[in-house]
Design a protein. Structure first.
Length: 205
C-alpha cells in the first residue's frame, strides 16, 4: 500500500505550522513579557531601544588649552553652542578664539587665570624679553610645548606659556636649565609668532 503525499497548500500540517499559529505564539510571548514587567511600567518605544549610530561631527575635538574651557564658560556670552562651534572648526586654542572673536580680551582671560590659579600673565612685548633668556632653551623644546623663556637669573627662569598648567613642559624646562620655573600665561597667537621668529634652531644651554 502506498502512502499518499498531501498537498503543501495547508492540509499537511505536520510538515510546518501555519502562519496563524506563529502569530498566536508571538502574541502569547508578548503577553507573557508584559505580565513579567512591573506594574505601571510600559515598554519603551523602539526608537529608544535602538542604539544611535555615532556621528563623525560629534567626536570631541580637544583644544590645546582645554583646561581653560570650564573657567571661561562661567563668563556671560560664552555658551556651550559657541564652544561646540569652535570644536567643530578645530580652533587650536579657545583663548585665541575668544580674543579673535572679540568675546573676551586677553586681559579679561588673564584675570580669570590669576584668580583661579595664582598665575601671572605676560603680554609678550618683544622689547621686554631678555635676549639671554631666549637662548637658554633649544627651539625644538620651545616649539613642542609652545613656551618661551622671557627672563632668567641664576636660580629662576620665567616662562611664557600658552598652557601654564602644563607640568610636563615646566619639568622639562627645569631639568634643561637647572633652574626653577615660574610660568606666565600669555596669548597663544602672539607666542606662536615669537617662537617662530625669535628662537634660533641651534640655541644651546
Amino acid at each position: 500500500m502506498s502512502l499518499a503525499v498531501l498537498s503543501s497548500r495547508g492540509r499537511n500540517s505536520h510538515l510546518g505550522r501555519p502562519p496563524l499559529y506563529r502569530r498566536d505564539q508571538q502574541e502569547e510571548e508578548t503577553s507573557r513579557t508584559d505580565r513579567q514587567r512591573p506594574a505601571g511600567q510600559t515598554a519603551p518605544p523602539e526608537a529608544m531601544t535602538t542604539p544611535a549610530d555615532p556621528q563623525i561631527n560629534e567626536r570631541k575635538f580637544r583644544f590645546k588649552d582645554e583646561w581653560l574651557v570650564a573657567l571661561v564658560g562661567t563668563m556671560p556670552g560664552i555658551t556651550p553652542e559657541l564652544i561646540k562651534r569652535w570644536r567643530f572648526q578645530q580652533k587650536p586654542y579657545v583663548a585665541q578664539a575668544l580674543i579673535d572673536g572679540d568675546v573676551l580680551s586677553f586681559q579679561e582671560i588673564a584675570e580669570l587665570v590669576k584668580e583661579a590659579f595664582r598665575i601671572d600673565s605676560f603680554e609678550l612685548n618683544p622689547n621686554e624679553i631678555d635676549k639671554n633668556a631666549m637662548q637658554i632653551l633649544p627651539e625644538k623644546l620651545c616649539r613642542e610645548h609652545n613656551v618661551l623663556p622671557v627672563k632668567v637669573d641664576s636660580r629662576m627662569v620665567w616662562l611664557a606659556m600658552a598652557n601654564p598648567l602644563d607640568q610636563e613642559a615646566i619639568q622639562r624646562v627645569s631639568w634643561a636649565t637647572s633652574r626653577e620655573v615660574t610660568p606666565l600665561f600669555c596669548p597663544p597667537g602672539v607666542l606662536d609668532k615669537l617662537v617662530s621668529e625669535t628662537l634660533r634652531p641651534d640655541a644651546m644651554i
